[in-house]
Design a protein around this ligand. Structure first.
Ligand SMILES: C[S@@+](CC[C@H](N)C(=O)[O-])C[C@H]1O[C@@H](n2cnc3c(N)ncnc32)[C@H](O)[C@@H]1O
Length: 184
């Protein structure tokens, strides 16, 4: 009897679940590629990071961006990554750099992360992920918060600054800066 009832409930819910899946198409995920240290420096400078900042890196890899912000400027930081191996690595790196009191790493989906306490958001994700993040960034960030993206734009959002240069490894890099509150 119980199984009959459960079966009936699942059948009733099935069309709703299917509709939700259709309504929420999967956004492709950026693979792990670390930002070289000279480019990290440039991202921190472009965002004008200071000790007053709370720096979020959405897709934080080995944690290098928030760790550098903490080490050099005393900024608080939060790294978010979907890959548990990256989160463990980032925590180890934070301990080695003696910045565990300033940084936190969370195993989570960047697209479901609350960024309302961030004053700086760093991104090295795919263009489609950046676009998918726009509604949350618009809703949650306070005016004046800075968003810096390595190599990928934000759809038709006009950047406040664009920095194109050749990094130490010989690659051409573009960094984009947006200030929250300046978007349409
Ligand atoms: C290109 S790497 C950048 C790593 C680091 N931010 C850096 O610049 O060195 C992208 C990272 O984003 C993570 N990632 C991809 N999609 C994600 C998602 N939806 N939520 C959280 N992390 C994600 C990957 O696991 C990977 O570590």
């Amino acid at each position: 009897m119980l199984y009959l009832l459960l079966g009936l409930l699942l059948n009733l819910a099935a069309p709703q679940l299917a509709a939700q899946q259709l309504a929420a198409p999967q956004v492709p995920r950026a693979p792990y590629v670390a930002t070289p240290s000279d480019v990290v420096e440039r991202m921190l400078r472009l965002a004008s990071v200071t000790s007053d900042d709370v720096v979020y890196d959405l897709g934080s890899g080995d944690g290098r961006i928030v760790i550098a912000a903490a080490r050099q400027f005393g900024a608080r930081g939060v790294g978010v990554d979907i890959d548990p191996a990256r989160i463990s690595e980032a925590r180890r790196n934070a301990a080695e750099a003696n910045v565990e009191h300033l940084v936190t790493f969370r195993l989570a989906d960047a697209l479901e992360t609350d960024v309302s306490e961030a004053t700086v958001v760093m991104l090295y994700l795919l263009a489609a992920q950046n676009v998918a993040l726009r509604p949350a960034l618009t809703r949650q960030l306070r005016p004046g918060a800075r968003i810096v993206s390595h190599n990928f734009a934000m759809g038709d959002w006009q950047a406040d600054e664009v920095d194109t240069f050749t990094s130490a490894d010989g690659h051409t890099r573009t960094l984009y800066l947006w200030r929250a509150g300046n978007q349409p």
